[in-house]
Design a protein around this ligand. Structure first.
Ligand code: XCC
Ligand code: SF4
Length: 635
């Protein structure tokens, strides 16, 4: 299966066209990189000072120490800590922008509204803030103040966003391990310091510092970002739309949003709606906005915008010849996009000061000028439509219906239809009686080392067949959407009997007229916080620690540092966390052992690496069954 590039029929249809059109893709460059460096793959290469690079010979009689004396354990653990800190930095930076946006919105300085007052109040209550008698704006500013206090915390107080939201049993564990994070910026700085030349050489200490970065990621990145975005743009509710390249329409202006932060894409969606007439005057039937990667997931969840494709096929979207403008914000944007776009009429628009691509048009985005910028970009897409070469257009006729928008609030809403007083009861009862064996969250990316979507889809089919309810985010959600696992037919086709019965019953009680899908789309990668909230709520309802629940996580095709930091957070939450691609740690037995076994006794969770999807499913099922057994539940 490794030799095949993708299981997505739309991608397979367009790959020969890409070659014909002279568009080089990620798969071509992956091939050109073979064989990839063995030292790097094992994590035993160090470039942290200019005496290096140093590398450890893991097998032969070559050097076992870097020039400074660092051994494989130190080098591997340091590299991992830096990667996880890199991922956390990306998420904290994302969250910070959202906090700033809420502050400016509350002060009336920008044209963004506070959409979800209920969520705002719920968050404020979590911090013990007084609600009554305050306007939305006043309360928002108080919440913003708490967020800024976390970022400006110069003492040793733990992050408030964590203290208010994490399970208390978990907080006790983290405290005993000394990994409760303080100011997230400070922790990320400290990780950089701790890993520079002549600093920490103790693999255990370094792995614990990595776990701390996971908590920075989970609470000062993911959770903070999701909270701010829900307050500003609304908490998602179920939406129905479609996924895959077939959502593009030949006779429409096709504008793709790609990246991670919804601050601009929300405005693009709004203005694309307003400027339809201009597109019609230009000869199109209208403007179609669709999404790639997590910005795509954000506007899908809140606005029902269709998904074009996930990470690995971002170039292939352009190969359709039907994409007029692709606008990017931050993260997961391949620098190759402009090269591919140069084979077509497509204009790539960068918008952020820290993401510029040679060959792209840069339209600076600021919150103050959001409406103007969005209009300018939509108009660029309309102009670009006029430059199309009809001979180069080929839109594969593949798309699947999907239901998305499953925030925790939406899930509880659907469950409330069964029992309004105890909304979690039907879910938990069905876990207890074994109709639902357990819950697995599949998250994260595509990775060119894996046949695109193969790991996600095969793993999840096996899980749902065995009555595991799957929740998904990020590019994993895209993969499962494209494979037809996010609609009612998917329940009929793939779900085991017990799971099917529950999904049908809830679908009926909630008045959906059809079963819930076997995989619930919970959003973007920062929306992994929603999964954390769900797990936290189930544990609280049952009054057990999260590490005892029949719940696991998986990043089947991870590529990004962010996926490593999210995975690390999942482990600190006490979950067994499957990785379908081997991370660069095998050069150290000690570190590998700590991550996959050694820490379990103290932290409850562990990494589990398995590159075969069916074996991985079996491994996760065993893990879930073992946890059920411990809780005295039938298997
Ligand atoms: Fe990027 Fe979030 Fe990974 Fe997809 S899943 S490749 S990080 S877009 Ni987050
Ligand atoms: Fe080599 Fe040590 Fe410098 Fe790393 S820090 S490059 S192992 S001398």
């Amino acid at each position: 299966m490794k030799s095949q590039k993708s299981i997505d029929p739309a991608v397979l249809e367009l790959l020969p066209k890409a070659a014909l059109d002279g568009a080089e893709t990620v798969w071509d460059r992956h091939e050109a990189q073979q064989p990839q460096c063995g030292f790097g793959s094992l994590g035993v290469c160090c470039r942290h000072c200019v005496q290096g690079p140093c590398r450890i010979d893991p097998f032969g009689t070559g050097p076992k120490k870097g020039i400074c004396g660092a051994n494989a354990d130190t080098i591997v653990a340091r590299n991992l800590l830096r990667q996880v800190a890199g991922g956390a930095a990306a998420h904290v930076d994302h969250a910070y922008e959202a906090v700033e946006a809420l502050e400016l919105a509350a002060n009336g300085e920008i044209n963004y509204t506070i959409t979800d007052e209920t969520k705002l109040q719920q968050i404020a209550r979590g911090f013990g803030l007084e609600i009554s008698g305050k306007s939305k704006a006043e309360l928002a500013l108080e919440v913003v103040e708490v967020a800024y206090a976390d970022l400006a915390n110069h003492g040793n107080k733990p992050v408030q966003w964590l203290m208010a939201n994490a399970p208390k049993e978990r907080i006790a564990v983290w405290k005993s391990l000394g990994i409760l994070p303080r100011n997230p910026d400070r922790e990320i700085r400290e990780a950089m310091h701790q890993t520079t030349m002549g600093m920490d050489a103790d693999p255990v200490n370094l792995v614990l510092a990595t776990a701390k970065q996971g908590l920075v990621d989970g609470y000062s990145g993911l959770k903070l970002a999701t909270d701010m975005q829900d307050i500003l743009f609304g908490t998602p509710t179920p939406v129905v739309t479609e996924a895959n390249l077939g959502v593009l329409k030949e006779d429409y202006v096709n504008l793709i949003v790609h990246g991670h932060v919804p601050l601009l894409s929300e405005k693009i969606v709004y203005w694309a709606g307003k400027l339809q007439e201009e597109a019609i005057l230009a000869g199109a039937k209208g403007i179609l906005v669709s999404g790639i990667c997590c910005t795509g997931n954000e506007v899908l969840m809140r606005k029902g915008i269709p998904l074009v494709t996930n990470f690995l096929a971002q170039e292939i979207a352009i190969v359709t010849g039907a994409v007029d403008t692709m606008i990017v914000d931050v993260q997961c944007i391949m620098p190759s996009l402009t090269q591919v776009a140069s084979c077509y009429h497509t204009e790539i628009v960068t918008t952020m000061p820290i993401v510029k691509l040679p060959g792209a048009t840069h339209v600076p985005f600021t919150l103050e000028s959001a409406d103007e910028t969005a209009q300018e970009i939509v108009r660029k897409a309309i102009t670009s439509y006029g430059r199309r070469d009809s001979k180069k257009i080929k839109i594969p006729n593949y798309k699947r219906k999907i239901m998305a928008g499953f925030s925790v609030e939406a899930i509880i809403g659907a469950l409330s239809a069964v029992d309004p007083d105890q909304p979690l009861k039907p879910l938990v009862d069905n876990i207890v009686n074994g109709n639902i064996l357990g819950v697995v969250a599949t998250v994260g990316c595509n990775n060119v080392k894996v046949t695109q979507d193969f790991m996600h889809v095969e793993l999840v089919k096996e899980l749902v067949k065995n009555n595991v309810l799957v929740v998904a985010t990020g590019c994993s959600a895209h993969a499962l959407a494209k494979a037809g696992l996010m609609n009612s037919e998917g329940t009929e086709t793939y779900a085991g009997e017990g799971l099917k019965a529950v999904l049908c019953a809830i679908g009926q009680a909630a008045g959906l007229g059809a079963p819930l899908p076997p995989v619930l789309h919970m959003g973007s990668c920062v929306d992994n916080s929603r999964i954390g909230d769900l797990v936290t709520a189930i544990a609280a309802y049952l009054n057990v620690d999260t590490s005892l629940l029949p719940v696991a996580a998986s990043a089947p095709e991870l590529q990004h540092e962010k996926a490593l930091s999210i995975g690390t957070w999942a482990v600190t939450m006490g979950l067994t966390t499957h990785l379908g691609v081997v991370p660069p740690v095998l050069g150290s037995k000690a570190v590998t052992e700590l991550l996959t076994n050694g820490l379990t006794d103290v932290i409850g969770g562990k990494f589990y690496v398995e590159t075969d999807p069916l074996k991985a499913a079996q491994g996760l099922l065993e893990d879930i069954r073992a946890k059920r057994k411990k809780l005295g539940l039938p298997n």
